[in-house]
Design a binder for this molecule. Structure first.
Ligand SMILES: [Zn+2]
Length: 276
C-alpha cells in the first residue's frame, strides 16, 4: 500500500434482480432501485465504479448516461451474467471485447475495468486475465480471496496487486483472522453482518493501512421484489433475499462513517498508486 490514508472504494454491480435466477422469467425492476442508489451516492457526494451488464445498460441507457454525467466510472460486468468458469477462453475473449465496445458506444467513455459475474475468476480460469489484457482492460476486480460454493481463490492476495503485466487486481475486502479470510463490506456479507461488525472490520483494515472496498447491487436496496416464484435453488433463494430490509439504511450509514469513498482506478498507471 502506498503512503497516505488508505482508500475506500465504492462499487456497484449493475444488474437486474433476476441475474441470480437465470431460469426465471420475471419482470425487470432495475430502474427504481438503481435510481435510489444513485440518489443516495449523490447525497453523500460519492463517485463509484459501476460495473454494467450490457443488456440492462442498454435498456436503461439514459439512467446510465446520467450516472456518467454525475462522475461515476463505468466498468464491464459482462455481455450476460454467465460465469467465467463455465465459459471457454474463446467465448470469454469475444464477450469482453464486444462488451467493452458496446459499453463505450453507449456511454461515450473509455471502459478499461472489469468485474466477472459472481467473482467467477477461479483456479479454473487461469486464461481469463490474458483475455482481459488482450481486450484492452487494465483493472480487474474478479478474484475473491475466500472460498464458497460458487467462487473464490482462498490464498489469493488480499490487497491490490498486479495480476498480469499491465493488469491490476483489486480484491473485495477481507480481514485475516486466525489465518482465515473473513469477507466483509459487500453483497451477502454486508447484508448478513450487523452494521457494527462491518464497521469494526473495516476500521481494522484501515488502521492496518489497507484499502477497503464496498460493493452492492441495486436489487439489494429493493425490498419489494417478488418472492413467491418457482425458484430452482433453495440455497440461492435464501442467499439472495437475506436481510434486504435495512440494507439501504446500512449503506447510507457506511457512506457516512467509512468515507470518503472513491471509484476504482481505471488505468494501470492510476492503479500503480495503490499497489505497494
Ligand atoms: Zn453480478
Amino acid at each position: 500500500m502506498a503512503s497516505g490514508t488508505p482508500p475506500a472504494f465504492f462499487t456497484v454491480d449493475v444488474e437486474d434482480w433476476t441475474a441470480d435466477f437465470p431460469d426465471l422469467s420475471a419482470p425487470t425492476r432495475l430502474a427504481e432501485p438503481l435510481s435510489r442508489l444513485l440518489d443516495l451516492l449523490a447525497r453523500h457526494g460519492t463517485r463509484a465504479t459501476l460495473f454494467l451488464l450490457v443488456g440492462p445498460a442498454r435498456q436503461h441507457a439514459e439512467l446510465v448516461r446520467q450516472a456518467v454525467r454525475q462522475g461515476h466510472r463505468i466498468g464491464l460486468h459482462g455481455l450476460d451474467h454467465r460465469l467465467v468458469y463455465e465459459s471457454t477462453p474463446e467465448h470469454f475473449l469475444r464477450d469482453v471485447r464486444d462488451g467493452r465496445r458496446q459499453l463505450e458506444d453507449l456511454t461515450g467513455v473509455q471502459v478499461t475495468s472489469y468485474r466477472a459475474p459472481c467473482w467467477s475468476f477461479t483456479r479454473q480460469t487461469k486464461w481469463a486475465p490474458d483475455a482481459l489484457v488482450e481486450a484492452g482492460f487494465e483493472v480487474d476486480s474478479s478474484i475473491f480471496p475466500t472460498k464458497n460454493h460458487v467462487y473464490g481463490i482462498p490464498d489469493a492476495p488480499i490487497d491490490p496487486y498486479w495480476l498480469r503485466r499491465g493488469l491490476a487486481e483489486f480484491p473485495p475486502s477481507v480481514l485475516k483472522v486466525a489465518g482465515r479470510n473473513i469477507p466483509f463490506g459487500g453483497g451477502f456479507y454486508l447484508r448478513a453482518s450487523p452494521l457494527w461488525l462491518t464497521r469494526l472490520l473495516a476500521r481494522r483494515a484501515t488502521s492496518a493501512g489497507r484499502a477497503v472496498m464496498v460493493y452492492v447491487h441495486p436489487w439489494e436496496v429493493d425490498e419489494d421484489q417478488p418472492r413467491d416464484l418457482p425458484y430452482t435453488s433453495r440455497l440461492g433463494r435464501a442467499i439472495h433475499y437475506l436481510n434486504l430490509r435495512g440494507t439501504y439504511d446500512k449503506v447510507d450509514l457506511l457512506l457516512r462513517d467509512l468515507g470518503p469513498f472513491e471509484p476504482l482506478p481505471q488505468t494501470a498507471a492510476e492503479a500503480a498508486r495503490f499497489i505497494g
